[in-house]
Design a protein around this ligand. Structure first.
Ligand code: FAD
Length: 477
């Protein structure tokens, strides 16, 4: 029995692995890095860093159970053929995944090996509800989040998580697989991720520890605290969930249990569960509208007059726009592989509305730099912010980066953490340094345009330009 690991790098609550173990036949755990399969969506740098450490953790976790992970690089079908030849395996187990290329890959594995007389068995494991089980009363896909999540909540609750396959019999002979380092997933020169272990513990244990820590403490403040950029009130589970190190239904059940234990925190925890619902909704959209990562959901946005401006894009990517909350977010992303959700919305609005740059420029940058880069959530979120998505924020809702900073980073802790060169400014001017009286700037050691940029666009003018650009498609959008 081959268990083909994909974005499900865990041993607990993995229905396919559980089923393979229950056959009583030796299980061969396999991971294949097939870089051609995703085409343009090859994993970005930050995801590759995470994947390396997640595979290392999976090797160790399987080792504790008595198994070994066999790693391959290259074509999936070719690697599986080699394994079948060397082991005589007759069945391939895996979890269903929903990226268009993952589905195509599953299909080609299924087609090839069926003709060879093997069985390919695909199991759920990525979502709370299988996409085909949730639809409108008319049997159509949902396009609006609220009724979608209501339908999820009205469905059968997710089944209880499965335990680790402790009784599995593992295949014990050596195979011609590759050492993990041969996948070349880690950055070398420069090693921009040198400090990332201070922020992250990729792998199943890290995921479970984080979920436990979050639900036992910060979750209580999630409802009122999740929007405050400097506060640690969100779970930071996204990269663990993306790589499948913990199943979403495990997290959901842990949340249910915590609600019973601390009823006073129940509404906050329900809010958290509803964010798991957004993840679910993004996958629902991706399954039914698979070109969402590349095309606007609202067709009129195809003729939106996006600008082309390399230097503005560069300033945004490097956190040098002159708007402190935007720069803080972009630097948090570069330095840690993560950005707080509120700030993601602000920087995405800034890119698509203040700079009028295409949402795909932002989507691509996030894809390369986020440890939680996820095709469904990234694409849907970018389209949501810029107004072209299903159930999106309207385009004319243009975040004011000064007001957003003043509201969600009132004491300036977040900006001071990531933009230290303006840390000495008084709170009053921290989110609009250009309004600081010259004497105060001098005292703070800041020369605008030299030690920190002047704003690359004027908020009011940019807002008007954005609305004018939107007016060109407004009648159709
Ligand atoms: P929590 O607030 O603790 O939420 C719990 C979980 O719910 C998250 O781990 C995540 O899996 C899910 N979730 C929360 N908010 C959303 C959301 N709006 N959409 C979908 N799922 C959500 N999330 C990704 O996982 N990958 C991405 O590539 C991604 N790109 C984004 C791009 C933009 C422009 C924006 C505005 C948001 C993006 N998000 C993405 C959604 C969200 O910002 C992150 O999921 C969240 O910040 C992760 O932090 P957390 O785990 O502490 O979240």
């Amino acid at each position: 029995m081959i268990y083909w690991f994909r974005q499900d790098l865990r041993t607990r609550d993995l229905p396919g692995l559980h089923a393979a173990a229950q056959t009583g036949k030796p299980v061969i755990p396999v991971y294949i890095l097939d870089e051609d399969a995703p085409g343009n969506w090859r994993a970005g740098g930050a995801s590759r860093w995470w994947l390396h450490h997640s595979l290392e953790a999976l090797k160790s976790e399987l080792g504790k159970l008595g198994g070994s992970l066999h790693i391959y690089k290259g074509s999936t079908v070719a690697a599986l053929k080699t394994i079948v030849k060397e082991t005589g395996a007759d069945t391939i187990y895996c979890s269903q995944q929903f990226e268009p290329w993952s589905r195509a890959l599953e299909q080609s594995v299924h087609e090839y090996f069926s003709t060879e007389g093997l069985t390919v068995k695909r199991f759920p494991g990525t979502l709370l509800h299988q996409p085909e089980s949730i639809s409108t009363q008319a049997g159509q896909p949902f396009k609006v989040y609220t009724p979608f999540w209501r339908a999820c909540n009205a469905a059968q609750p997710p089944a209880a998580p499965l335990p680790q396959p402790e009784d599995a019999i593992w295949f014990s002979e050596a195979l011609t697989s590759a050492p993990l380092n041969e996948l070349e997933l880690l950055p070398t020169s420069p090693d921009w991720a040198a400090t990332w272990h201070d922020y992250w513990t990729p792998g199943e244990l890290g995921a479970n520890n984080r979920a436990r820590y979050f639900l036992a403490g910060p979750a209580e403040h999630y409802g009122e605290g999740r929007d405050y950029a400097a506060k640690a009130y969100t779970s930071k589970l996204s990269a663990h969930l993306h790589h499948g190190e913990i199943s979403v239904r495990t997290v959901w059940h842990m949340a249910e249990a915590q609600k019973n234990e601390t009823p006073e925190a129940a509404s906050s925890i329900e809010k958290f569960q509803s964010e798991l619902g957004w993840r679910e909704f993004c996958y629902h959209l991706l399954v039914h509208f698979p070109d969402i990562p590349e095309k606007p959901f609202k067709a009129p946005f195809s003729s939106f007059p996006w600008a082309s401006n390399e230097s503005a894009l560069d300033a945004w990517q490097r956190g040098q726009t002159g708007y402190p909350i935007v720069d803080a977010g972009m630097r948090e992303l570069w330095q840690t592989g993560f950005m707080h959700n509120r700030v993601r919305m602000v920087v995405a609005s800034f890119l698509t509305k203040h700079l009028l740059l295409h949402w795909r420029d932002g989507e691509d940058w996030f894809w390369d730099t986020l440890v939680d880069a996820d095709l469904a959530s990234n694409a849907c979120s970018w389209q949501w912010v810029c107004g072209s998505g299903s159930d999106a924020a309207p385009y004319f809702r243009i975040f004011n980066p000064i007001a957003q900073g003043e509201k969600f980073d009132k004491e300036g802790e977040y900006v001071r953490r990531w933009v230290p060169e303006i840390a000495a400014l008084p709170d009053k001017y921290l989110h609009k340094p250009w309004e600081t009286p010259p004497l105060l700037l001098q005292e703070a050691g800041i020369t605008l345009g030299e030690t920190y940029p002047l704003p690359i666009v004027d908020h009011k003018i940019a807002r008007e330009s954005a609305l004018a650009a939107y007016a060109t498609i407004k009648g159709q959008a």
